[in-house]
Design a protein around this ligand. Structure first.
Ligand code: HEM
Length: 467
């Protein structure tokens, strides 16, 4: 990175607005984003101008440059008020990604305001992080129990051997059950919420209304828990910062829900896929019992967030082959950076293998996933993946890996479904109807265990309808 402490871009160097841009989200990107990143890199170098749903953006492609953007917060700001095109009214008012960026929460704060918000997240997550605390113990037990229940439900629905979609029938309901438990929320948040989080991230025409609906749901939850506090994250966030209004708490929960459902779900499904498609190193680490290593390898091959949140240049700065102007928007791509990293690792110039922990799946720098959240995410992913391979004697993909349907949006590349033919192990869990109705899907004492089975089935069929 060239340091030009107080330099101004030289007159005549091309501006983002003056460059012809290729749209990023094309059919080719949908099918094979790696080839698009390679082409952009060979045309422009480590940073390329692209069109994102009609708006020009600098896409940062190389590992070194991505790390610089993630780590250097004095040069690369998160607060959207630094975005020149936004303040000058140059963004289309109905630009689909704008709704998400207008939700002011921790991710879009800088400096002391940001550090204080992170302290609140840490304090509220800490009880769940510690396996010896009652909350931590209970959450760990609940994740494993929910996974077992979903596998048992699958057996009740489709038999001890058969066909299943590990997305709609396992991963998504599992994460919704964990969210329900962790947030202390009523069961009716349901499948539509997950779909609204998808719609927001994918930037389709529905993303504005979907963001509004999800925010309203979490604001209602905040008000509900303020009136009836419990041993849940929502109540602990309020305890950690009593000044949080219901609206701000709703915004923070909304962001956590994105990570807990969509991003954690991608990490579960990507890890399962890498194992099922026969990635040899992933399989080796799994059979050696190193589940954490398996997850790292899968994250390197396919990070759960492909293109991270925008950053905005605080001043003119040279990055890659271009001068980025103050207020320009840059999008650090972890997927492209991993491709670059793996190419460096494979090159004879470096001659060494890349540490799997070098992946950017958790981000880097001041906005990286808070350690308590990361431990929670890791716990959920390793439990979810581990339970599948504990309970399935056999599982194989029913589609060739290159024909699996992906959601390939501006932020995530995630599997829409993960169809498998399976055979359960002899000791896999079985649920009898009487046990199903007792499953603790929500907080005890709130009368929410009624209709669990119906709720889960609705969730699964709803998720299938929406893909
Ligand atoms: C496997 C699961 C997870 C992955 C892969 C993941 C990944 C990430 C990444 C990459 C970032 C940084 C994004 C950026 O810089 O643009 C981030 C930030 C964040 N994550 Fe996680 N996350 C996971 C789970 C969770 C969970 C379960 C929670 C909370 C319940 C959570 C809460 C947060 C918060 C609050 C931030 C914002 C931090 C900030 O801006 O300072 N994450 N996460």
């Amino acid at each position: 990175m060239e340091a030009h402490p107080h330099a101004l871009a030289p007159a005549g160097s091309p501006t983002l607005g003056s460059l012809p841009v290729q749209p990023l989200l094309t059919a080719e990107f949908d099918a094979d984003p790696g080839s698009v990143y390679r082409r952009l890199r060979s045309s422009y170098g480590p940073v390329a101008p692209v069109g994102l749903l009609g708006v020009p953006v600098w896409l940062v492609l190389d590992y070194r440059e991505v790390l610089e953007v993630l780590r250097n917060e004095s040069r690369w700001r998160r607060d959207v008020r630094h975005w020149r095109a936004r303040t000058q009214g140059e963004l289309p008012p109905d630009w689909p990604l704008l709704a998400g960026y207008e939700v002011r929460q921790t991710m879009f704060m800088d400096d002391e305001e940001h550090r204080a918000a992170r302290r609140t997240h840490h304090a509220s997550l800490r009880p769940f992080q510690d396996a010896r605390s009652p909350e931590g113990w209970e959450l760990r037990a609940a994740v494993a129990r929910y996974a077992d229940e979903l596998i048992a439900l699958l057996a009740a629905d489709s038999g001890r051997s058969g066909f299943a979609d590990l997305g709609a029938q396992y991963t998504r309901p599992l994460l919704l059950m964990v969210t329900t438990k962790l947030f202390g929320c009523p069961v009716d948040l349901g499948d539509e919420l997950v779909m609204d989080l998808w719609r927001m991230l994918d930037g389709g025409p529905e993303s504005g209304p979907a963001t509004g609906r999800a925010l309203a749901a979490f604001t209602r939850l905040a008000a509900h828990r303020r009136a009836r506090p419990g041993d849940d994250l929502t109540s602990y966030l309020m305890l950690a910062d009593p000044d949080l209004s219901d609206e701000q708490l709703g915004r923070e929960l909304f962001m956590n829900a994105v990570y807990l459902n969509d991003i954690t779900g991608n990490m579960v499904l990507n890890t399962l896929l890498e194992v099922l498609r026969g990635n040899a190193t992933v399989r080796r680490s799994l059979s050696a019992g190193q589940l954490g290593e398996t997850v790292n390898r899968a994250a390197l091959a396919n990070p759960p967030i492909a293109n991270m949140c925008f950053r905005f240049a605080a001043r003119d700065v040279r990055l890659g082959g271009f001068w980025i102007r103050a207020g320009d928007v840059v999008c650090p791509s972890s997927a492209a950076a991993h491709q670059d990293l793996l190419a460096i690792g494979a090159s004879h110039l470096v001659g060494s293998t890349v540490s799997t922990r070098a992946h950017l799946g958790w981000g880097a720098g001041p906005h990286q996933c808070p350690s308590a959240a990361r431990e929670l995410g890791q716990l959920i992913v390793t439990t979810a993946v581990g339970r599948v391979f504990d309970h399935f004697a056999q599982a194989e993909l029913t589609l060739p890996a290159d024909q699996l349907p992906w959601r390939s949006g501006p932020v995530v590349r995630g599997l829409r479904l993960l169809p498998v033919r399976y055979e359960l192990a002899d000791d896999a869990p079985v649920l009898r109807p009487a046990e199903l109705s007792r499953t603790p899907f929500a907080h005890p004492g709130e009368g929410q265990t009624r209709g669990l089975l119906a709720a889960l089935r609705r969730l699964m069929s709803g998720a299938r309808r929406n893909i």
